[in-house]
Design a protein around this ligand. Structure first.
Ligand code: PLP
Length: 232
């Protein structure tokens, strides 16, 4: 199957999952995760109408962004961003999914203000408590909302999570349900609605379950591009 065929198939599955949950399919944005893949794969998906692409490594992303300026792509960073790279990398992305500290938020806001960009930032919530994963435990998230209220250019628009890799899509459901419940709780406690618009959750193995639980952005790689080359 070509990238265009697989993309069409993923889009059809997104539509079906949304409808089955009584949701409008247009409320779910598909982010094609193109990490490790050549620009030619991105061009193929772009030609098939895909506009949102996500990368997890800053260097790799910046070189693809530089090589693909002829395309009107909304670039997402879905991996961790080190604070010392915020100034250089921040302005290159439309959406950054891995915000995990007040310091990073401030640095990205300053970089965006300087560059004249208004990136969307998503706070990565760590629901599994795994030492190896990035993200903020739920009880440490509220200070980020407070910091976001003082931002001049960057806008916190929602939450993101990466559950432990599931054997079965249903294994991920409790994590997705928990992120939605946290969102609802923060909404009730007075966090501005504008900061809780997006729930970035769901990957190739579990995006339909994520959509049933309220995902507004699914991050899908292998289901679109095929399996990635194994990296050391
Ligand atoms: C790689 C990656 C994805 C996509 O994973 P697939 O299983 O290939 O769909 C999604 N989110 C993040 C944060 C990733 O690093």
């Amino acid at each position: 199957m070509s990238v265009a065929d697989r993309l069409a198939h993923v889009r059809a599955r997104i539509d079906a999952a949304a409808r089955s949950a009584g949701r409008n399919p247009s409320s779910v944005r598909l982010v094609a995760i193109s990490k490790t893949l050549p620009l030619s794969a991105i061009r193929e998906a772009y030609a098939a109408g895909q506009r949102d692409f996500g990368e997890n490594r800053v260097q790799e992303a910046l070189s693809k962004i530089a090589a693909g300026t002829d395309m009107a792509i909304r670039w997402h960073l879905v991996g961790h961003l080190q604070t010392n790279k915020a100034r250089k990398a921040g302005p290159a992305f439309a959406v950054m999914h891995g915000i995990d500290s007040v310091d990073l938020l401030h640095k990205l806001d300053a970089a965006a203000a300087e560059a004249g960009t208004t990136p969307e930032l998503l706070i990565q919530v760590d629901l599994a408590g795994e030492a190896t994963k990035h993200g903020v435990p739920p009880d440490e998230v509220p200070p980020l909302f407070e910091a976001a209220a003082g931002c001049r250019a960057a806008r916190v628009t929602g939450l993101m999570t990466v559950p432990p890799r599931p054997d079965d899509a249903e294994d991920a459901r409790p994590y997705f349900a928990r992120l939605r419940a946290l969102r609802d709780g923060w909404r009730k406690s007075g966090v501005p609605d504008s900061m809780l618009q997006e729930l970035s959750m769901g990957m190739s193995g579990d995006f339909e379950v994520a959509i049933q639980e309220g995902s507004t952005m699914v991050r899908v790689g292998t289901a679109i591009f095929g399996s990635r080359p194994v990296t050391a």
